[in-house]
Design a protein around this ligand. Sequence first.
Ligand code: GUN
Length: 248
Amino acid sequence: MGDDPASRVYVNNKKKACADLGIYSEEYALPAETTEEELLDLIKTLNKKNDISGVLVQLPLPKHINEKTVLDTIDPKKDVDAFHPVNVGKIMVGDFDFVPCTPAGVMELIKESGIDVAGKDCVVVGRSNIVGKPQAMLLLHKNGTVTICHSKTADLAEKTRKADILVAAVGIPNFIKGDMIKPGAVVIDVGINRVAEKKLVGDVDFEEAEKVAGAITPVPGGVGPMTIAMLMRNTLKAAELNNTKGEK
Ligand code: GUN
């Protein structure tokens, strides 16, 4: 809804990934002045449609729309973002169908790099519902010792320097400097910050950090593509759950 430029890019990337994989997709680009009722009606219609496996509302929403009401309206079985409270609760318990796409992408990068989380000191910088909180839970499920840091954390650098695995998800360009990183640490940068017309940087000062880290993800090209891949995985799961897989 509305015309957020970052959302435009993300939605285009999601549509392209669907097309590349042969997943049928529909986009509803609603004008900013659409009412909450109209948006909720659309979600309820898609919830009921047998040829639709997954429903996703791109955030942020315009100010007159209550984000919580919108996310609560998506059928938990079609909630490919895993933002519905039922799915958030399932993640907490450790028995889940859908995993939020960005934290899931981070876990996949860690796994595919042959890094064992068990017993490691993991520090997540950021406590958003989309990334920080679920990220902490996923690391905990893999037996990491997890610390969540945020804007009120005292002596942040002291905490980040203890991290064997450091996940930065604060949304502040180049916020994590080289001297905040333990030598050899795994540094995963979730930030996507636009600092000039065409320039994207992460939350980690890459030039400094790469000299200290044992492994590090770039921006762009690190976590971003993994988020999309995990959305595709959740969509396939949704098709299985809803028995909506197959020819349209
Ligand atoms: N806005 C920023 N990240 C996300 C995401 O993962 N899903 C949705 N729906 N909106 C977002």
